[in-house]
Design a protein. Structure first.
Length: 317
């Protein structure tokens, strides 16, 4: 498990609002299925020169890659992103070493990674990305090291996309489905995810459209496909107040309808004894790993002060 802890920077020059969305990257590992965790350790240290925003883990075989978005500690909001840095583990996350990556930052200002890669049948890796102007698209690679950017999905809606995630479509193994966070024009109305598809390995996309089957409410949800072909999505239920409750829905393959919504998480604690900012009581930014068909370990941010772990079982067993 990896996460970002808050900044300790004293060199921030923008004092117009709260300091959010950057700090240093920590990790912990478990050897007993999540019953206990190792002592938290540092994966990327904040310094007087660098701070860190997003981090995404991707496991392939016995390798785990951590892609991390770097920024300057003088920035109040963790933007712009000035580099993507990666580290690799081959022992289950116990130890890490540098893994050099080449990404097209020069042509995509503020390039941010907020979703895991997927691997196509032909071996191509495709990773969702977003960049300046709330544009969303993907990067593609044959080796997880050297990445090329496709074009952004056009957005004819009045909603703003962000933090996209990718799955291989239920109905076509050569089609990608991108699911993105959606910000409403007024900033408070309920929203649904913005989606687009690609049939050329992420090089170009259909126009973005709101999918009324996938609630979003202006927060990064979790959208994936399990090993049986079923889609689960975990999302925040409300836009005002924001990010208080997590629900989930599922969709079986074969043209099935989406299930009704069910509660995933709304814990009463733990809470921060010294709260600051506007994240009190939040349950948000879920992410997961499938450990058996249709069975997941889900982690998410609680109260902007804790990382919680729970199981989600969407299998028929």
């Amino acid at each position: 498990m990896v996460w970002r802890e808050g900044t300790t920077a004293t060199v921030i020059t923008d004092t117009s609002g709260p300091v959010v969305d950057h700090g240093y990257i920590r990790y912990a590992y478990t050897t007993d299925g999540g019953v206990s965790w190792s002592r938290p350790q540092t994966l990327a240290q904040e310094t007087s020169e660098h701070s860190w925003h997003y981090v995404e883990l991707y496991k392939t075989g016995d390798r785990i890659l951590a892609y991390m978005d770097r920024t300057s500690p003088v920035n109040r909001r963790g933007l712009p992103i000035d580099a993507i840095v990666a580290r690799e583990s081959t022992d289950g996350g116990h130890t890490w070493h540098d893994f050099t990556v080449n990404l097209p930052l020069a042509d995509h200002g503020n390039l941010a990674l907020a979703g895991r890669p997927v691997q196509m049948a032909d071996g191509r890796y495709v990773m969702p990305a977003w960049w300046t102007g709330r544009q969303v698209g993907a990067l593609y690679s044959d080796n997880l090291r050297d990445w090329t950017a496709g074009t952004a999905a056009l957005n004819p809606t009045d909603h703003q996309p962000g933090e996209p995630q990718l799955v291989i479509s239920q109905d076509n193994p050569n089609k990608l489905l991108m699911v993105a966070r959606s910000s409403s024009p007024d900033g408070t109305s309920p929203t649904f995810a913005l989606t687009a598809t690609s049939t050329n390995g992420g090089e170009s996309w259909s126009n973005l459209a709101l999918d009324t089957n996938v609630p979003n409410n202006d927060s990064k949800g979790y959208f994936t496909k399990d090993s049986t072909g079923r889609y689960p999505t975990i999302y925040n239920t409300d836009s005002n107040p924001i990010r208080q409750v997590l629900n989930y829905r599922t969709k079986n393959p074969g043209g099935a309808a989406w299930s009704s919504s069910k509660l995933f998480a709304n814990p009463t604690g733990p809470t921060d004894p010294t709260p600051a900012g506007n994240g009190a009581g939040w349950d948000t930014y879920p992410m997961g790993d499938e450990y058996a068909p249709g069975k997941y370990f889900i982690v998410w941010e609680h109260d902007t002060s804790a990382i919680l772990v729970s199981k989600l079982d969407i299998s028929d067993t």
